[in-house]
Design a protein around this ligand. Structure first.
Ligand code: V47
Length: 357
């Protein structure tokens, strides 16, 4: 740990072995203090939040991933697909509340036409030319390309022309082929996910990056995932933030697993901060962590606690006990109480308003 500390102080890049030591030590507070130091250097004392709205337009999905409680088959009783009018109505209500971002993620529906997605983006753009539309994981983009018989680059450019602003970070799961074969054999490969992100970044479309942890992966597989993200970030610089996603087991095909602990969650955020020295923003998604752990994480390397969200179905289907939404004032209060300066941002991390004391 002393050697790692010296590297952090001098700004030297951490190795795979360093990452493993950080994950394996019991000294959570020391890992947190190191991550806090790295956070201060990379991002300062401001903590970001966003006024956003999640929309999960369909839960119909052919992938059947074992970690997912949200997906349904087309003919199953809980299956739903929003009409474009329903999507627009949800967006309209949040825009009236000052939302600057629409975050749209759904299942890979085997029979919805590609035009549904293009028209969704175009209609939202017509509704509000200034709102940022962050939509469709890399996995969904690859799926649209296969369905439409187009290249990933063509699909990305058509969506961008329609009004797409950026891609969310979902669908990455864990890059290990061993784990993917076990928990999501029908999903895009790790290489496929990274290729879509590379293509998006090269087309001027920024994205986030995630890692789903706390299921059947090993510590080494977590670190390898971070290293592959770090490598792509070195190449493109296109990732805006990294969000570790804490696995929720309820109602999934992995429901016998215990889920993550608070210590594990804080350590994962801190190790993300320390290993991803080329990411400015490490985000705690309060929906998955709980508001209290998300607040404490601001002392474990985090400088972003996501946003108002309003409606979230993926984690709640898997047993999340957090609310669906949080107000701007509550977010500001949580950040202030942690001793940080709250800053409302837009999706691309431009400052909208700094809330000085
Ligand atoms: O891709 C699925 C994960 C992701 C479960 O980019 C689960 O800012 C936990 O990517 N337990 C979707 N996680 C959510 C996502 C996201 C969330 C917040 C912010 C951003 C961002 C992205 O949720 C999926 C999958 O990796 N997921 N099932 C589960 N049972």
């Amino acid at each position: 740990m002393d050697v790692i500390e010296e590297k952090v102080i001098s700004g030297e890049r951490l190795s795979r072995e360093d990452g493993l030591k950080l994950l394996e030590t019991d000294d959570l507070l020391r890992v947190g203090a190191l991550a806090d130091q790295a956070r201060r250097r990379a991002a300062g004392d401001r903590v970001f939040f966003i006024n956003n709205r999640h929309i999960n337009h369909t839960n119909v999905c052919g992938n059947g991933c074992k970690f997912c409680a949200f997906n349904a088959r087309e003919d199953s009783p809980g299956a739903y697909t929003m009409t474009l009018d329903e999507v627009i109505e949800r967006a309209r209500a949040s825009l009236a509340d000052g939302a600057t971002e629409l975050h749209i993620v759904g299942g890979e529906h085997p029979s919805l036409p590609y035009e549904y997605y293009l028209e969704m983006i175009a209609a939202l753009r017509r509704l509000d030319p200034s709102v940022h539309i962050q939509a469709f994981t890399a996995s969904e983009i690859a799926f649209f390309a296969r369905r439409a018989g187009k290249s990933v680059a063509e699909v990305l450019l058509e969506l961008k022309d329609a009004g797409l602003g950026s891609l969310p970070g979902g669908g990455a799961e864990i890059f290990s082929e061993r784990v993917r074969r076990q928990v999501c054999p029908n999903k895009i490969s790790a290489e496929g996910w990274l290729d879509v992100m590379r293509t998006a970044h090269k087309a001027g479309i920024k994205s986030n990056a995630t890692m789903l942890y706390g299921h059947v992966e090993t510590a080494g597989e977590r670190i390898d995932h971070l290293l592959r993200l770090r490598e792509l970030q070195d190449e493109t610089g296109g990732f805006g933030s990294f969000i570790p996603l804490a696995f929720h087991p309820d109602n999934t095909k992995l429901s016998e697993l215990p889920g993550t602990t608070g210590v594990e969650d804080l350590k994962m955020l801190a190790v993300g901060r320390l290993m991803l020295d080329n990411f400015v923003n490490i985000k705690a998604f309060w929906i998955m962590l709980g508001i209290k752990v998300a607040q404490i994480s601001m002392h474990f390397g985090v400088n972003d606690i996501d946003g108002t969200v309003v409606e979230e179905k993926i984690t709640h289907a898997a047993g999340a006990r957090t609310g669906q939404s949080i107000s701007r004032d509550e977010l500001i209060g949580l950040i202030r109480d942690a001793g940080r300066t709250p800053v409302e941002r837009d999706t691309l991390y431009n400052v909208i308003r700094v809330y000085e004391d």
